[in-house]
Design a protein around this ligand. Structure first.
Ligand SMILES: C[S@@+](CC[C@H](N)C(=O)[O-])C[C@H]1O[C@@H](n2cnc3c(N)ncnc32)[C@H](O)[C@@H]1O
Length: 291
C-alpha cells in the first residue's frame, strides 16, 4: 500500500458526478423517476398544456423521459455511455494505486460488505461498483466515516467498468486479485438472463485483467442462478470452481441484502483463474505478482 501512503489515497468526498442510469441498465429505477418529478415541479417548466403550444403537452426532455420508458434512443444511450467512460478514464482510474492488486465488488449496493472487508484487509485496495448513484453515495459515506483509505466506490455498469479497465495501457494498469459478486440480481426469467452479472462474458472480460490464481467469489440465495453460475464457470476454459478446502470463503459480514436473503439458503462458491500459460499479451506474463 506504499502508493496510498504516498498520497494516492482517494479523496472520497470528491466523487465525480456521473450521468444517471438508463432504463436499459435495469437497476436504475428510482433516480429517473426522481428526475422526472424534479422536472415536473421546476418553476421554469413550461405549462403542461397551453394554447401557445397548440394544446400539445409539454414533454420532459429525452434524457429524463427515456429512462422512464426503458426505450433509450441509441444516440442517448451512447452519449451516456461515452460520458461514463470519460469519467472513468479521466477522473476515476487515475485515483487507483499503481501496482497494487485490486479487490472488486461488482454490484456493491450500499457497500456494507466491502466497507467491512476493506477495514479488515488494509493491505488490499478495494473498489465497489454499482449502477445506482444513491447506493454509491451511501457506501462512500460509510467509508468516509471509517476513514478508510484503501476503498473507492464508483457508479458504473460492471461490464463498462471492466472493459475500460482492460483498455488501460499495460503493464502499469491495475490488475485484479479478487472479485466479489454477492447477491446480484437473479433475473429469474430466461429472456433476462443476459442482464445477470455473472455470465460467460464476465469471465471473458475478467480473464486478461485477473492474475493467475485470482479469485471470483459468488454468493446468491437464488438456487437457479447458483446452478447457472456454476455451469458458466465449469464451461469456461480459463476459470475453475475450487473446493472450499482449497479456497475458503475469505470474509463474512452480513449486508442488508444478505440479511433479507437469509430466509432462503444462500449458496456460495469460489472460482479461481487457471494458472496455465496465457496467450501473448496477457498481464500474467508481465511484471505482476501472482496471488
Ligand atoms: C441485491 S443488491 C446486492 C448488493 C451487495 N452485493 C450486497 O450483497 O449487499 C445488487 C446490486 O447490484 C447492482 N447491479 C445490478 N446489475 C449491475 C451491473 N450490471 N453493474 C453494476 N451494478 C449492478 C444493483 O444496482 C444492486 O445495488
Amino acid at each position: 500500500m506504499g502508493s496510498i501512503a504516498r498520497g494516492l489515497a482517494p479523496n472520497l468526498g470528491s466523487r465525480p458526478s456521473l450521468p444517471q442510469t438508463t432504463g436499459s441498465e435495469g437497476a436504475g429505477r428510482r433516480r429517473p423517476v426522481g428526475e422526472f418529478f424534479a422536472w415536473l415541479h421546476a418553476p421554469s417548466r413550461p405549462a403542461l398544456f397551453s394554447p401557445k403550444a397548440g394544446w400539445k403537452p409539454a414533454l420532459p426532455p429525452a434524457h429524463i423521459s427515456a429512462p422512464l420508458f426503458r426505450t433509450v434512443p441509441l444516440e442517448l444511450h451512447d452519449s451516456i455511455r461515452d460520458q461514463r467512460l470519460a469519467v472513468l478514464r479521466e477522473t476515476f482510474f487515475p485515483r487507483l494505486p499503481v501496482n497494487t492488486p485490486l479487490t472488486l465488488e461488482l454490484g456493491c449496493g450500499h457497500g456494507h460488505y466491502l466497507n467491512a472487508y476493506a477495514a479488515a484487509h488494509p493491505e488490499e485496495f478495494c473498489v465497489g461498483i454499482d449502477l445506482i448513484g444513491d447506493r454509491i453515495e451511501r457506501a462512500e459515506r460509510k467509508a468516509r466515516r471509517a476513514k478508510l483509505a484503501n476503498l473507492l466506490f464508483v457508479q458504473a455498469e460492471a461490464a463498462l467498468f471492466l472493459g475500460a479497465l482492460a483498455d488501460l495501457p499495460r503493464p502499469a494498469a491495475p490488475w485484479l486479485a479478487r472479485v466479489f459478486v454477492l447477491f446480484s440480481d437473479p433475473w429469474p426469467k430466461r429472456r433476462h438472463w443476459k442482464h445477470r452479472v455473472l455470465q460467460t462474458s464476465l469471465l471473458d472480460t475478467l480473464d486478461p485483467l485477473a492474475a493467475p490464481g485470482a479469485a471470483l467469489h459468488f454468493r446468491t440465495d437464488h438456487p437457479d442462478y447458483f446452478a447457472y453460475a456454476l455451469e458458466v464457470v465449469a464451461a469456461h476454459p480459463r476459470w475453475r470452481v475450487a473446493p472450499p478446502e482449497e479456497a475458503p470463503w475469505p470474509f463474512e459480514h452480513v449486508s442488508v441484502f444478505e440479511e433479507r436473503a437469509l430466509a432462503g439458503a444462500p449458496q456460495s462458491f469460489t472460482a479461481l483463474r487457471r494458472r496455465a500459460a496465457p496467450p501473448d499479451g496477457d498481464i500474467s506474463t508481465g511484471p505482476h505478482r501472482p496471488v
